[in-house]
Structures are given as C-alpha cells and as structure tokens.
Design a protein around this ligand. Structure first.
Ligand code: FPP
Length: 241
C-alpha cells in the first residue's frame, strides 16, 4: 500500500445540501435544484470509482424531509426512480453495488420493489458500494436497533448474559449499517455546519469537511479536493500519538 492509499478514506459520506437555494438563485422552483443535484450524484459516484474509494454514501432523504410539501416529496421520489432506472447499466459497467438504507416501511410498494431489484441485480459488484440513505435518521436507526434487540431478548431470555456483556461493535450489528465501515469522511455542502440527525452513532470518529459550494455545483473537482484535504488530517481516535 502506498502512502497515498493509506490516506484515502474507505468510506466517504455526503450530506447533499443546497439544491433549493441553487434553484432559487436561478429563479426556478426548488425541484429544479434536485434534478440538477442528480448530476452531482453521478459525478461523485464516478469520482469515487476513479479514486478507489470503496464506499460512498449519500443522505438523500431524511425522516424529517417527509414534512416537506407533497409536490417536492413526490418529485424527489420520482427522481430516485428515474436515476435507478437510468444508471443501472452504468453501475453494472463500473462494478457499483447499490444499497438503500432507511425506514423503508414509509416508501411506496413500487419504489421498494424497484430498490429490491436494483440491489439484487448489483449485489455481486465489488468495486464501489453506493449507499443511498432514504427516509433515514440517526435517532431512528438507534431506536430500531434497540427495539430489535429488545424483541430478540423477549423471545430468547437466555440471551440476557450476552446482551449485558455487549460492546459497541456488537450493538452496531443491529444498526442498518451492519457490515458497512463507519464513514471516515463526511462532507456537507452549502455552508451548513451540522449533522442534522445523520449517522449519529457511526460518525463518532468521522472527519468533517464543510464547504460553501451548493450541491448541484459539487462535482468531481470538489470531491477530489475533499479527498486531498482529508489526506492531511491527523486521526487520533482519542489517543495520544
Ligand atoms: C438538500 O437540499 C437535498 C435534498 C433534501 C435531496 C437530495 C436529493 C437529490 C440530489 C436527488 C436524488 C438523489 C439520488 C440519490 C438520485 P435542500 O432542498 O435542503 O436545499 P436548501 O437547503 O437550499 O433548501
């Protein structure tokens, strides 16, 4: 492994923000910004494949986003469907495994069926895992993990010992991100400097990059610049070097 590879994040995650402002700056409806944002999704996915990043996750729709106007929610879901349909051949060509994580009970049956098909079709690809967080929030994730564990314990009281001796790694296996390494780098666009209920557990030791660039303007050069900035960070995980 070269010095450069050692400094490459395994998992990059992006809070894609600023689509609405990007559209408003152009005198357009907010959904115009979301459509332009799909191009940035494509560009960053390509950049991740090109640079050798193994996991790219994108916060596409939070549990809180369900409270947006119905027209906007509907358009976002339509964009997801269209992107999956359009991008499947490219994902197959580039070795991209597609994964959706979040509260899928809230998604329509047709969207869930499409997600299942796309996940199944790409499941053997191993160059990049592209994770779309959809109807996701960090607190929801921790809650569903705790509920799953409580139910298991109620059904199997003999598990009490192992639950009591559980460590953070074993609890992590109940989260929807089971099997996915924690994000090394979280990028948020549009100048907002907060986590907004995203991967609260998994972000414990992530590096953060906040950029003023609005998501539809965040393309390959921005992605590569973020990787370069990450490579200069000194990660100590609470220890002394
Ligand atoms: C935040 O901008 C962006 C979103 C809530 C949606 C992101 C979704 C996409 C880019 C489209 C489809 C995604 C995929 C994975 C194909 P905002 O609306 O909060 O912007 P604002 O803060 O300027 O109002």
């Amino acid at each position: 492994m070269t010095e450069d590879n050692r400094k490459l994040p395994v998992h990059v995650s992006i809070i894609m923000d600023g689509n609405g402002r990007w559209a408003e700056e152009r005198g357009q409806e907010r959904v115009y910004g979301h459509a332009a944002g799909v191009e940035s999704v494509r560009a960053c996915t390509e950049a991740a494949v090109e640079t050798g990043v193994r996991y790219l996750s994108l916060f596409a729709f939070s549990e809180e986003n369900w409270n947006r106007p119905e027209h906007e929610v509907h358009t976002l879901m339509e964009l997801m469907v269209k992107a999956m349909r359009d991008e499947l051949p490219t994902m197959m060509k580039n070795g991209v495994r597609f994964v959706v994580l979040g509260n899928r009970d809230r998604l329509s049956a047709s969207l869930n069926a499409m997600i299942d098909d796309c996940m199944e079709e790409t499941s053997a690809n191993d160059r990049l895992t592209l994770i779309i967080f959809l109807s996701y929030s960090g607190k929801w994730d921790i809650m569903q993990a705790a509920k799953k564990m409580a139910l298991e314990l109620a059904e199997h009281p003999e598990m009490r010992e192992s639950v009591m001796s559980m460590d953070t790694d074993s609890f992590g296996r109940y989260l929807v991100t089971d099997g996915i390494p924690d994000p090394d780098l979280i990028i948020r666009t549009s100048g907002e400097c907060r986590l907004s209920n995203y991967m609260l557990w998994q972000a414990a030791y992530s590096e953060f990059i906040f950029t003023d660039v609005l998501w539809p303007d965040f393309r390959k050069d921005g992605f590569r610049a973020a990787l370069a900035e990450y490579s200069k960070r000194d990660r100590r995980y609470g220890k002394v070097k």
